[in-house]
Design a binder for this molecule. Structure first.
Ligand code: GAL
Length: 960
């Protein structure tokens, strides 16, 4: 055996998919053929260039004495405490010059070595062969076994297999893998995510017995008119197919039709079966379902479906895209428990085990190919690989590796060509090949609005107005598109606080048949766990080019804790609608599932007075079929609220344990106010009394005579009470850099709303009130807010009425409007309040359920990876903390935090926030909406906080 002294690395920049790998086939775990996982600790050596080392390490007898170790699956840049380089985050910019297919000379290259023995019971060579499978390597790998080169490949998130049977020895097998971070393949993998080289999915040695199954295709359709399923398993190797639960035992290739229960995301019925060839038994999990484009609609089993989906990248804050099974299961369980019914595997085929979980628990899947060339947009899409025939074999290879690997999953209903790759002949070739290979599913691609190659009109971040127009068929467009259903493959950009406005989208989706739902962008924040920063984002590793925290835009935080955005989405897409008719004491329950009836739910009903339930009752709701509604009489008389408000709440709960949720898990709820409260009144019977040390006393409060600001209220020290209009701008306030029209976060700062000056005009004492007149305005601007604070008291309580009159020409809404003040840090550890539970803003308040809540002050803080405005509670009637009770007229927004809004605004990471000696309280009359402008449209006009004459009050008293 001979080795070159300088390794040839031409293959790195070769546009072909590679050499030496076996043709793609279905991915399955055999029942009886042996396999050996080669995951674990591997020896590792990093070179700065692709040709930094020769290939002698691949030969037998090489001693990697000075080599480090890495764990496979894994990314080397996330191991070795920085010794192996670091991650790079860019959204769409290539972090290297765009000169396809060339890549930088500086091309981190990881040599991986693993020596392994075969288990004692591994069959001998006469008993068949063996295959070495790589499930994912980023971005290009060259492989040797026992000194023989097997080949090289690209296509990071796709499997590659090599025949190795003739090379194996009982002991001391040397597997050598050279992985290059950059390759021609990198041009096809410009997804918005971290660039993370490495062998990040499993490496497995599979015994292939003589007569083993090869590739096979399970065709399992369902005829909703007859209730019958038709099964045919086409197999490269002949054998028999049995499904004991259906009394099926047929030859491969033979078709059989029997009565079955169909598979759907809501009713994921799988039949266990088996494919038996001469040399192998392969377990099958068969779901019968038929996907069709019919009457301009996506139908499954004869019914139009509504996607309530999310875009899922694979992410773990320590392991990157190397996910273990339990993490994948956690994702699926979280999705099911939050009412999601669909996933788009943005923007590459996931680990195959994830699709098994989707089959099992029930999720519709858009399986997306590992293809994105977004960076070419910077040059007007010139030289785009998807429109250059030289790259077409690589594109077809990627399409085939996805389809062949995943074709036996009932959950997959769409193949997606990729993401943000412009348009071109390569995409058309992929679509044609896919349509030819699998006529049982539809094809998706967002990048071509004329839908030349697709079966659905798909868009991302279209505004509510445009979606409504598309729903009405008023969007024009080419002939073919007009006939197609519509989905938003991305909407509701969940970066930081938000997304706002998703309830409004849902109403539009549900109003028009053509609109078949959407997929929130995205599932999880890709924050990387970091010793000093908490979670790192773009720029934290000193990248030359980066896109900051745009990589943290998920519905769950990096540690998989649900963010308020997920709680909101759960409510918005709940599969049961519960609406009340207060006047005649009935509740209307509607089944919003596409397939399931309501027999798996039970309904609980209760009244609450002043936010406290008065006892629970069962509500008997018929097992409504999908789409049906019923009016149900409320089972108890309205209690007397005695001036407090009264609501009823109806909850739909799982009646028994399911695969994904326990009995009692809340699926949906509705709430209505039956009797509104009467607002508290305070007789202005007290006179403000000037006293010693320039203090004025009014009932239970004292004031500084010069500033007119309270110094104590009900015995509690109070500092800095004043009007507040600023909020630490959210990612959605700041908007995306390419949207320069109405990015209010930017306009607010430009106007100076974060540095308002408070001019004192007068402190007036009258018989019945202390009145403080001010003007609040930013330097250098004509606009201002005339603000009058009027304090009155009945002796035990003190009331503050704030009147705000805008002056000048306001062209922007306000971030917030209310008062803020400080209390001593130790005044309170928790707050008891009656209002909406959980974080809410004007367009993210669907899930805000009225009740009495007792969160700790710390729990009021939502840990967005980049700190920003958070934690407001909506519809607060009253709040008690530190012995102080505040009642609002009207209801108000409550926030409390251990730092100021300015400190929150300045923080880049959570670790920048440290509690000070003051607990800051905001009592807001209004908040501006959140919207989705970090990538999509801003808040709808109805959620704007306009600068207009306003008056609101708070009554302060001692609790108890
Ligand atoms: C889309 C893209 C996603 C992501 C998102 C913004 O354009 O498809 O990958 O970049 O915008 O977060």
């Amino acid at each position: 055996m001979s080795f070159r002294t300088t390794a040839s690395v031409d293959y790195v920049e070769d546009v072909s998919p590679g050499r030496g790998a076996l043709p793609p086939r279905a991915w399955y775990a055999s029942s009886d053929a042996k396999s050996l996982s080669l995951n674990g600790s591997w020896r590792f050596r990093l070179s700065a260039t692709a040709d930094g080392e020769d290939d002698s390490f691949a030969g037998e007898g090489y001693d990697p004495v000075a080599w480090a170790e890495v764990t496979v699956p894994g990314h080397w840049v996330l191991q070795g405490d920085g010794a192996f380089g670091s991650p790079i985050y860019t959204n769409h910019l290539y972090p290297f010059p765009v000169d396809p297919p060339h890549v930088p000379t500086e091309n981190p290259t990881g040599d991986h070595l693993r020596v392994f023995d075969l288990p004692d019971d591994w069959p001998t060579e006469d008993d068949g062969g063996a295959v070495l499978r790589f499930d994912g390597v980023e971005s290009c790998a060259r492989v040797w076994l026992n000194g023989t080169e097997l080949g090289e490949f690209k296509g990071s998130r796709l499997p590659h297999e090599f025949a190795v049977g003739q090379l194996l020895k009982p002991a001391g097998n040397v597997l050598a893998v050279r992985v290059h971070q950059w390759s021609a393949g990198s041009y096809l993998e410009d997804q918005d995510q971290w660039w993370l080289p490495g062998i990040f999915r499993d490496v497995t040695l599979l015994h292939r017995p003589a007569g083993a199954a090869g590739d096979f295709f399970v065709h399992a359709s369902y005829d909703h008119t007859t209730g019958e399923g038709t099964l045919r398993v086409d197999s490269d190797v002949d054998g028999r197919v049995s499904v004991p639960g259906l009394d099926i035992d047929v030859a491969t290739g033979e078709q059989v039709t029997v009565a079955v229960e169909p598979w759907s995301a809501e009713t994921p019925k799988l039949y266990d079966g088996e494919l038996v060839t001469a040399g192998e038994r392969v377990p099958l999990r068969i779901g019968f379902r038929t996907v069709a484009l019919e009457d301009g609609l996506i139908k499954v089993n004869g019914k139009a479906i509504l996607f309530k989906g999310v875009n899922r990248h694979e992410w773990h804050p320590e392991q990157g895209r190397a996910l273990d099974l339990e993490t994948m299961r956690e994702d699926v369980l979280l999705m099911k428990r939050h009412n999601l019914n669909a996933v788009r595997t943005s923007h590459y085929p996931p680990h195959p085990a994830f699709l098994d979980l989707c089959d099992e628990y029930g999720l519709w899947v858009i399986d997306e190919c590992d293809l994105e060339t977004h960076g070419f947009t910077e040059q007007g899409w010139r030289d785009n690989p998807v429109d250059d025939d030289r790259w077409t074999p690589a594109l077809l290879d990627r399409a085939a590796r996805m389809v062949e690997r995943d074709k036996n999953h009932p959950s997959v209903v769409f193949w997606s060509l990729g993401n943000e790759a412009g348009t071109g002949r390569g995409l058309t070739a992929m679509a044609e090949w896919i349509h030819g290979r699998d006529s049982s599913r539809l094809v998706h691609y967002e990048g071509d609005w004329n839908c030349r190659d697709t079966d659905v009109y798909s868009r991302m971040y279209a505004s509510h107005e445009e979606v409504e127009r598309i729903g009405q068929g008023l969007d024009g467009g080419a002939g073919k598109r007009r006939e197609l259903p519509f989905i938003q493959c991305e909407y509701g950009h969940a970066m930081g606080n938000g997304p706002g406005g998703i309830a409004d989208y849902q109403r539009i989706f549900e109003a028009h048949d053509r609109l078949q739902g959407g997929f929130i962008w995205e599932w999880i924040d890709h924050g990387i766990k970091h010793p000093e920063l908490g979670y790192a984002y773009g720029g934290d590793f000193g990248e030359e080019l980066h896109d900051g925290n745009f990589v943290c835009d998920g519905l769950i935080f990096p540690d998989r804790t649900p963010s308020p955005g997920l709680v909101e989405y759960k409510k918005v897409i709940e599969p049961v609608r519960i609406e009340g008719d207060v006047a005649d004491g009935t509740v209307r329950v509607t089944n919003a599932y596409d397939f399931a009836d309501l027999s798996h739910l039970e309904f609980e009903f209760s009244y609450q007075v002043d936010g406290l339930p008065t006892g629970a009752h069962t509500l008997t709701v018929p097992p409504l079929a999908p789409g049906e509604s019923a009016e149900v009489k409320l089972p108890a008389a309205v209690p007397d609220g005695n001036g407090d408000d009264v609501q009823w709440t109806v909850r739909a709960l799982l009646a028994a344990d399911t695969a994904w949720g326990s009995m009692g898990h809340e699926v949906a709820w509705g709430q209505e106010t039956v009797t509104p409260r009467t607002a508290v009144t305070v007789a202005a019977s007290q006179r403000p009394v000037p006293g010693e040390r320039l203090l004025i006393t009014l009932g239970p409060a004292t004031f500084d005579a010069r500033s007119g600001r309270p110094t104590t209220i009900c015995g509690l020290d109070v500092t800095g009470l004043r009007l507040d209009v600023w909020r630490a701008t959210t990612d959605n306030d700041d908007g995306a850099s390419w949207q320069d029209d109405t990015r209010y976060g930017v306009l607010w700062r430009k106007l100076g709303l974060h540095r308002m000056q408070h001019r004192l005009d007068a402190v007036e004492l009258a018989d019945d009130a202390l009145t403080v007149r001010t003007r609040v305005a930013p330097a250098a601007a004509e606009v201002g807010l005339r603000t009058v604070y009027r304090w009155t008291s009945d002796g035990t309580r003190v009331k503050l009425t704030v009147s705000v009159t805008p002056e000048g020409h306001w062209t922007v809404p306000l971030p917030r409007l209310g008062v803020r003040f400080g209390l001593p840090a130790d005044a309170a550890q928790e707050v008891l309040y009656f209002g909406g539970g959980g974080e809410a803003y004007p367009d993210t308040r669907a899930a805000s359920m009225l009740g009495q809540w007792l969160p700790s002050i710390d729990a009021l803080h939502t840990p967005y990876v980049r700190p920003q405005e958070n934690g407001a509670r909506a519809d607060v009637r009253w709040a008690e903390l530190g012995g102080l009770r505040v009642e609002g007229d009207p209801e108000f927004w409550f926030s409390a935090r251990r730092w100021t809004n300015e400190q929150l605004d300045a923080a880049r990471h959570l670790t920048d926030l440290t509690p000070g000696d003051t607990l800051w309280i905001n009592l807001d009359h209004g908040q501006h909406g959140i919207g989705s402008q970090s990538c999509g449209p801003g808040p709808l006009p109805q959620y704007f906080l306009k600068a207009e004459p306003t008056e609101f009050s708070f009554v302060f008293s001692t609790t108890g």
